[in-house]
Design a protein around this ligand. Structure first.
Ligand code: NAD
Ligand code: TDX
Length: 348
């Protein structure tokens, strides 16, 4: 009998890498439930769409009738929940959408999963973010014991969803596991986020908008390394536990931007320094968290995980992917994307 898993948000950036990794392992049967919002894209999954152990369902995680029906139909052994509104800037202009999907949508899934909590070997795996821990000063790391202190509507909605998952564990004995990961980057990254936005703008000779002074720090992880960690945690992570996932790879935004500019100049055959001239400091993000840094020791000690690539290697793979997938980039940056872009960046 196949091991049925419901993956939510599998057409998004991280979700598509997770789906691919699980579909390659034929003991699993994957049902991918995704609403196909602006961030969901079936082009991310063309290589797996015809696999016999893969099925796509277009739908909303907050549609409790649909979710319940899927649980009755498939007898899921597990849920890997990635569906979310994921962009901090959008959460600042439209917080309610984040509550609807990230909080209410998560509770709808939990309600359906509640019915199988008595079953042996089930697992509800909730994918979350390091942003729930708030912002660090120049020292220290987030561990699994760090208190929650979310600062943006996005992180508040993710923190809330984490709390609901733990509450279902405590109240209804839902067998859950949670992981909180740092900033991902890599192929299929939607170009509203820093790295793919910069790649797209350099390609099109457009200004590179850097919030504030570019002094904020993020810990970057290649998306495939996150997908590997997710499979490991799904298969071996202990019920009721939280695992932090991070790249041990902190970069100040401005340093990252300069590295990327130089790499792009080399790839595009530009004279060194060409892309750096596009750097433009713009109005800061409201409530901009200064620094995130993850201590992933628990995951590496318990499950033997560590990132497989250096940042330079991962960034080069990413740049090559974007330069080699022009159609993908054009498809996602025409139409509504440009409306968003103009609204968000014009006169900033
Ligand atoms: P994304 O925005 O690229 O993709 C989200 C996916 O969820 C899309 O396919 C979208 O169509 C789908 N979706 C949105 N609302 C839905 C709904 N109501 N019902 C069903 N599907 C819906 O996001 P991502 O960057 O791939 O992030 C995936 C998950 O990982 C999120 O939960 C996010 O909070 C978390 N996370 C992301 C990062 C990161 O750096 N991107 C880091 C840590 C954690
Ligand atoms: O145009 C920009 N200019 C800029 O300076 C954008 C889009 C971002 N930035 C800065 C803000 C951040 O300091 O770059 C940094 C990274 O920004 P994002 O790519 O928007 O990511 P971040 O806000 O750090 O959140 C990401 O990591 C954690 C994901 O979007 C979340 O989903 C994840 O949970």
């Amino acid at each position: 009998m196949a091991h049925n898993i419901l993956v939510t948000g599998g057409a998004g950036f991280i979700g598509s890498h997770v789906v691919r990794r699980f579909v390659q392992d034929k003991k699993y049967h994957i049902v991918n439930l995704d609403k196909l919002t602006y961030a969901g894209n079936l082009e991310n999954l063309t290589d797996v769409e015809n696999e016999v152990n893969y099925e796509f369902v277009k739908g909303d995680i907050s549609d409790s009738v649909l979710v319940q029906k899927l649980f009755e139909l498939h007898d899921f052994e597990g849920v890997i929940h990635l569906a979310a509104e994921s962009h901090v800037d959008r959460s600042i202009s439209n917080p309610l959408e984040f509550v609807q999907t990230n909080v209410i949508g998560t509770v709808c899934l939990l309600e359906a999963a509640k019915n199988w909590t008595k079953g042996e070997g089930k697992k509800f795996y909730h994918i979350s973010t390091d942003e729930v821990y708030g912002s660090l000063g120049s020292e220290g790391f987030f561990t699994e014991k760090t208190s929650y202190d979310p600062q943006s509507p996005y992180s508040a909605s993710k923190a809330s969803s984490d709390h609901f998952v733990r509450a279902y564990g405590n109240t209804y004995q839902l067998p859950f596991v949670i992981s909180n990961c740092s900033n991902n980057y890599g192929p299929n990254h939607f170009p509203e986020k820093l790295i793919p936005l910069l790649i797209n703008n350099i390609k099109n000779n457009r200004p590179l908008p850097i919030y504030g002074k570019g002094e904020n720090v993020r810990d970057w992880l290649y998306v495939e390394d996150h997908a590997v960690a997710i499979k490991l945690i799904y298969e071996k992570g202990r019920i009721g536990e939280t695992y932090n996932i991070g790249g041990f790879n902190e970069w100040k935004n401005i340093d990252l931007v300069e590295l990327l500019c130089d790499m792009m100049d080399e790839k595009l055959g530009n004279q060194k320094g060409t892309s750096r001239k596009l750097i433009t400091f713009v109005k800061d993000r409201a409530g901009h968290d200064l620094r995130y840094a993850i201590d992933a020791t628990k995951l590496s000690k318990e499950l033997g995980w560590k990132p497989s690539l250096t940042f330079e290697e991962g960034l080069e793979k990413t740049v090559d992917w974007f330069l080699g997938n022009e159609k993908w980039l054009t498809d996602v940056t025409t139409g509504v994307y440009m409306n968003y872009y103009e609204e968000h960046y014009n006169n900033r």
